[in-house]
Design a binder for this molecule. Structure first.
Ligand SMILES: Nc1ncnc2c1ncn2[C@@H]1O[C@H](COP(=O)(O)OP(=O)(O)OP(=O)(O)O)[C@@H](O)[C@H]1O
Length: 353
């Protein structure tokens, strides 16, 4: 017998988000058909100004929709009173907060208030939720410190802890990785993915970390500057070309084969690159930066990265004996001195945009 499919935690039908000035609506995005399902991490991606923050604020009921219907937990968002809404969804925005003299633990405790009421004391269960949120976000170490003394990245993690302590089925996060260093960004995405899986929450976050989002998201909501929002697994959106189309920018091309945006335009002489593994990968990057076009087919220049550690490199220009190099730096120096290499150099490097 097939298991009953779960109901979505949040749905939007024909949702139009935007602003109204002097009663004239200025739509930013829509009409949107959206659903957030239990247990999924969804990344909202799109270029600057596409409307990601506007959409998140609208989903949280912080600004009115210009049109359409929005439901959370099966109930129209417009019909929910503030405390009930705060039990259904939490949101962390990018705005700076004024936490007065509150300590980190006190701020995270505020996340429990939708469950207790403003005058209600925290039960042992509430305190356990606060503690779990502090531990999950790695903020327990500075729990006694005033929030005002924290770095931007520390404060960002504390606000996430408050949202987690709120323990809502839907969690909305606007650029939660913005102030974090790379290891913390990776750790945060991993934490959110695990949380979604383990707790059945639906977590929707906006981010400009395209690479991380493509790795971590169960689904992507792709909001282009113009045109319709697309949803799907990251892989489907990359393979369909929708991802590249959403971020098309003055000739900057998304390479679906490597999942990266090309920093260097391929303009210089070809180099046959033989080898695989990490050394070959980083050799390719160095060759591209230098203005060469690495290929697998034959070319006047050949670079071989034999297997083994530490890495060594062999280079050979047509009609010349091979040379051995101990570092990428030595390899590049030798390549620059070949007739083809003279063509690469700074001129071809103008491809760097
Ligand atoms: N309070 C406001 N009143 C009117 N227009 C606004 C307001 N806030 C934002 N906008 C406009 O709405 C559009 C979408 O802005 P929004 O901040 O939602 O984009 P975003 O995708 O989150 O951008 P970014 O990636 O740069 O953060 C932009 O054109 C912006 O100028």
């Amino acid at each position: 017998m097939a298991l009953p499919s779960p109901a979505p935690l949040l749905t939007a039908a024909d949702l139009v988000v935007g602003y109204a000035a002097k009663k004239t609506p200025h739509p930013v995005a829509g009409p949107l058909q959206l659903a957030l399902w239990p247990g999924e991490l969804v990344c909202l991606l799109g270029p600057n100004g596409a409307g990601k923050s506007t959409l998140l604020r609208t989903l949280a009921g912080l600004q009115p929709a210009l049109g359409g219907q929005l439901a959370v937990g099966g109930q129209s968002l417009a019909d929910l009173r503030a405390p009930e809404r705060a039990r259904q969804l939490s949101i962390v925005l990018t705005d700076r907060i004024d936490a007065g003299n509150l300590t980190v633990r006190e701020l995270v405790r505020l996340g429990r208030h939708p469950h207790t009421g403003w005058l209600g004391g925290l039960s042992a269960h509430d305190e356990a939720q606060v503690q779990a949120a502090l531990e999950a976000t790695g903020t327990e170490a500075f729990a006694p410190r005033p929030v005002g003394e924290l770095s931007d990245g520390e404060r960002q993690k504390v606000l996430l802890a408050r949202a987690l302590a709120q323990d809502t089925p839907v969690v909305l996060l606007d650029e939660p990785t913005a102030h974090l260093d790379l290891p913390n960004r990776v750790a945060l995405m991993r934490l959110l993915h695990r949380l979604a899986r383990q707790t059945g929450k639906a977590i929707l976050l906006s981010t400009h970390e395209l690479d991380l989002a493509l790795q971590a998201a169960d689904r992507v909501w792709l909001l282009p500057a113009t045109g319709a929002l697309r949803t799907g697994t990251p892989e489907d959106l990359v393979l369909s070309g929708d991802f590249a189309a959403a971020f098309v920018h003055e000739g900057l091309a998304f390479d679906a084969a490597t999942g990266t945006f090309a920093l260097h335009a391929p303009t210089g002489p070809a180099v046959q690159l033989v080898g695989d593994g990490a050394a070959a990968f980083w050799t390719r990057r160095a060759l591209e930066r230098e203005g060469f076009v690495p290929t697998t087919g034959p070319a006047d220049l050949r670079v071989t990265v034999p297997p083994g550690s530490p890495a060594t490199w062999l280079s050979q220009a047509a009609g010349q004996p091979p040379q051995t190099h101990a570092t990428v730096e030595e390899l590049l120096r030798a390549l620059r001195q070949t007739p083809s290499g003279q063509l690469a150099g700074p001129a071809a490097n103008n491809g760097l945009r």
